[in-house]
Design a protein around this ligand. Structure first.
Ligand SMILES: Cc1ncc(COP(=O)(O)O)c(C=O)c1O
Length: 427
């Protein structure tokens, strides 16, 4: 059984987050609504930082902005000391608006356009390039002081097949052979500092895997360093640190991950006078379990099965439709109700993939009940869309019992924004 644990609490049969009654929040702000507990983000950050930095003090975390791009959340992680890992120019702009220093921003794009490369070069962020061909185009906009390439280590791991980012079919990274040519070319161009990167998969709960894939990156890195005659200033092991989503999932043992990874660093570099920085760029682990998605039950229907229709479908939380992902759910106002039944929880979108939970065992549900969907802080809002012309959800931040609306729920004006009728203005 899944246990209700901090920052969630069962108070008199009603689900609370960070000490705040979620029923009241839904009434006050409406649904669908993402509600985030700030303290949990800070705690998650410190868990990773402490585990790694205790073992290897040249350690730095770059928050993967794609997981949750709300600027208030970026601000929290910047205050904690994180850098930002950005996948595109708008993410770079967000990080800059959030006042991350340029030296604390990494840019890992893929299949970048010249315009994107030019912008990144002008901002002066550290670029992590996905191919040797991109180096040619990037260098045209000015020689960077430091360059990094994304390596495909040949294998990866992920919570779903689609979350494996390495191996022969992955669209990311380069092989050792291509990487040797790429670093040699960068050296010849006059680049002085080098990093090496991998991001081989996401949502991984197996601690041993992180050591294994780091070992492989080291083998590749060593071979590149020797053949090209360079040293690495940083080794970036990417993100991928998983969180438990479903009953039976074990917590990822972060201490063990840090142990496995830093052991490799010590083995390789302990006697070095200038060992490299160890970088990690977690997204999910930092923000996922800080947030619940509140959604109202609007209609209940029986067709042999019971369908519970809520206002957060695949437009608001895509992961179940995209990967078949499981998200734990509670009926906020019925935590102590004993009568239970199996139901399909569905959204309002006109697709049959718009199913949030299938045959899920939940307390007896009626119209007007409130559902809390857990682990909605990562790849929740950031993957949401306006499909079916539905406005995106609001986002609320809780800090020590105080509420801050950090993103208003959209309405028709957001949908119409930037639309034009030929020859006539809409507003
Ligand atoms: C380059 C890169 N870094 C970091 C991340 C963050 O991954 P995670 O949320 O699994 O930690 C991703 C996710 O796709 C990524 O593509």
């Amino acid at each position: 059984m899944w246990k209700i644990e901090q920052p969630l609490e069962n108070r008199n049969g009603v689900l609370h987050l960070g000490g705040v009654n979620l029923l009241k929040l839904a009434e006050k702000y409406g649904t669908p609504l993402f509600v985030t507990d700030e303290a949990r983000i800070r705690q998650n950050y410190r868990t990773i930082r402490n585990a790694f930095a205790r073992r290897w003090n040249k350690f730095k975390i770059f928050y993967a902005v794609k997981a949750n791009n709300n600027i208030s959340i970026l601000n929290i992680l910047r205050q904690e000391g994180a850098g930002a890992d950005c996948s595109c120019v708008p993410e770079l702009q967000l990080a800059s608006l959030s006042k991350f220093k340029m030296e604390d921003i990494l840019y890992t794009g893929n299949y970048n356009s010249n315009d994107e490369l030019k912008e990144a070069a002008q901002m002066g962020v550290t670029a992590n390039l996905d191919d040797i061909s991109i180096l040619d185009r990037f260098a045209k906009f000015g020689l960077p002081e430091s360059i990094c390439f994304r390596i495909n280590p040949g294998f990866g791991k992920g919570g779903f097949e689609k979350l494996v980012f390495a191996g022969p079919d992955a669209k990311f990274g380069i092989t050792e052979e291509v990487a040797k040519k790429a670093y040699a070319k960068a050296k010849k161009l006059g680049v002085k500092k080098f990093g090496i990167h991998m991001m081989a998969g996401s949502s991984v709960l197996d601690a041993d895997y992180f050591g294994q894939v780091t070992e492989r990156l080291f083998q590749i890195g060593k071979s590149i360093a020797e053949s090209v005659g360079i040293e690495f200033d940083f080794v970036n092991i990417g993100g991928g640190f998983g969180v438990p989503y479903k009953p039976g999932d074990e917590d990822l043992d972060i201490e063990r991950v840090a142990q496995e990874v830093t052991e490799r660093f010590k083995g390789q570099f302990e006697s070095s006078s200038n060992p490299p920085y160890l970088y990690a760029e977690p997204g999910r682990y930092l923000v996922c379990d800080s947030t619940v998605l509140l959604s109202r039950v609007h209609a209940v229907k029986f067709t042999g099965k019971k369908f519970v229709g809520i206002d957060a479908g695949m437009n608001i939380l895509l992961r179940p439709a995209l990967y078949g992902a499981y998200h734990q759910m509670y009926v906020v106002n019925k935590l102590d109700v004993q009568k239970r039944e199996k139901v399909n929880v569905v959204g309002q979108v006109c697709e049959n993939s718009d199913i949030l939970a299938k045959d899920r065992d939940l307390p007896f549900i009626e119209e007007g009940d409130l559902i809390a969907i857990l682990n909605a802080g990562a790849y929740g809002y950031s993957m949401s869309s306006n499909y079916n012309t539905r406005p995106r959800a609001g986002e609320l931040l809780l800090n020590n019992g105080e509420e801050f609306l950090i993103r208003e729920r959209e309405d028709i004006t957001d949908i119409l924004d930037r639309q034009r009728i030929p020859g006539r203005l809409l507003k």
